[in-house]
Ligand binder design. Structure first.
Ligand code: FES
Length: 96
């Protein structure tokens, strides 16, 4: 791959090509904000204890490091000046 190809726009997945496994969970990396997780998940701490949250709503986890309620986002990213806009890039041999 020539240098510079990594920054090329990634075409959307071909809907005619089925995924090997239909994902049950979606993790969205929000611009300048948290991870938003939809789908049934368990959230556990480093000791294996389960953290409770409202399972009827998306799970929103801090990505900026400024939350006072980690691992959950408390919107502190808005006043901390956190900036991060992640975009998918093509990786040889992987779907994005
Ligand atoms: S991403 Fe929202 S408080 Fe860190």
């Amino acid at each position: 791959m020539a240098s510079g190809d990594a920054d090329a726009p990634v075409p959307p997945p071909d809907p005619a090509v089925p995924l090997a496994v239909e994902p049950a969970v979606e993790i969205k990396v929000r611009d300048d904000g948290p991870y938003k997780i939809t789908g049934a998940v368990r959230l556990i701490d480093a000791q294996g204890n389960e953290l409770s949250f409202d399972a009827g709503r998306p799970l929103v986890l801090c990505r900026c490091g400024h939350s006072h309620t980690k691992p959950f986002c408390d919107a502190s990213h808005k006043v901390s000046g956190f900036e991060s806009c992640v975009r998918a890039r093509a990786i040889a041999g992987r779907r994005t």
